[in-house]
Design a protein around this ligand. Sequence first.
Ligand code: PAF
Length: 287
Amino acid sequence: MEVIQTVAAMQAHAEARRREGRRLALVPTMGALHEGHLTLVSAARCHADHVTVSIFVNPTQFGPGEDYARYPRQLARDVAALEALGVDVVFAPSVAEMYPEGPEANLTWVYVERLDAHLCGRYRPGHFRGVTTVVAKLFNICKPHVAVFGLKDAQQFQIIRRMVRDLHYDIELIGVPTVRAADGLALSSRNAYLTPEERTQAVVLSQAIEAAQQAIRQGEQRVEAIVEAMRQTLARAPLARVQYAEVVDAETLQPVDRIMPGQQVLIGVAVFFGQTRLIDSAFVEVP
Ligand code: PAF
């Protein structure tokens, strides 16, 4: 396995593999890898014969006061885990390599309009602009045929899908279902911040998603009632501070008052435990 740190070396490597006729997959990550990321790598293996994992904590997707500085960084451990999985390349650039004049001096942005108006985008202004910009850069640097993302970040996945469509990227996107701990908590690098008590109570996120799914299965069409079922579940955790519990159309990511049979919706929650912000979500087809 090669660890590549410069844009020029990564582009040359990808170009050479393409000329050999290899099918290239990219798994973009911010490191601090857990079982969920490793599942993304396995999915990448099924769709390509060369897998690159990028590890880059992207400063432009963190807002002021968010956890950019304290985001867990453990490159040596991540590289060892990826080597054991048979990954071909780890692309781990520095901030200076990705933003040569500094992130603040960046002038060119990729921004998918409207789809960031609700869910996480509403509370993290500029976040998705940072995500789509860095993902566009990673696509241009790693030149994948296939890119793999986790569906836990469901809004991110839908926004990247739209970017790929609108900018005619010749890249197949694969969304991999969320990997969960035994009690249902979605795996996330940020779970490492939780105290034992917060960790126990964090199970309410997946329970809230399940409560919404159950209400929908039972024929509830009023979004107000579905959201109320989620909020009641979240209220079981005294340490939880709810940021949002929402149901939106899965394609437009706009809120709806009533869900319709056959419609695809996205259910999402974001909850703070102290300074730690956790999210969970599910795509549901209304029966
Ligand atoms: O999902 C993430 O870890 C990040 O948002 C991504 C896609 C690697 C871009 O920095």
